[in-house]
Design a protein around this ligand. Sequence first.
Ligand SMILES: [Zn+2]
Length: 251
Amino acid sequence: MRMLLGLPQLWILPLLVVVLFQCSFALVIDYSYVGARGPRHWGDLKSDWKECSDGKAQSPIAIRSKHAELNSSLPGLRAHYQSSVCSIASSQYIFKVFIAGAHCTLPLNRATYTLTDFHFHIPSEHTVDGTRFPLELHLVHKVAPNSSQITVVSKLFKLGRSDPLLDQILKLKEGNATINLSNYINLHGGYYRYLGSLTTPPCSEGILWTILKKTGTISSSQIKRVIALLQGKNARPLQKINKRAIYKHSS
Ligand SMILES: [Zn+2]
């Protein structure tokens, strides 16, 4: 003990404090996709994450096009996306782009939702007719910045040509830039619709999901770059559909 706290060692203490602080800061991760903090355990990790294990209307789900109910009253999606300042945030399992202002809107069910952010999952979380895609884009819209009234539009990507929006985003790294999202994101065409949840804790339910039928393409080098940013894959396993209705838009 005397040797440990002797003068020659004392100067090390502040360094140790700095190193320990940095390590603990770097290791603060609320949840994981593997191991003891993986998806099976999310509901036990925090009291307000119970829906992750107890919820009956969770996401993602396996969509079967034949079983989806044709609903002719579903409207076509008419997003009004404009030039917006986009900024990147990334850490383990998260690669997110925040949209400043309220320039990108999506009218839906008599409400006007605003695009607040979009982010990526590798591989896709939803499957369609048994296919799991290499990447899924989630466009998160809210009626107000802190509202729990959320609708997420999902686009699935196959392997192929590089996606131009992702190219723009990957160039940004940690900076920000003005991007006209209407040049890159097209919500036209058919889709699947169901009521689900956030796919990350707290797994809150009541999220209106739209899964676009039209897929995009992403190159293998883009996939590698996104996986490097995510430091691992970030897809929650499929959840039980239970008695939920899955609808499909007529086109
Ligand atoms: Zn997501």
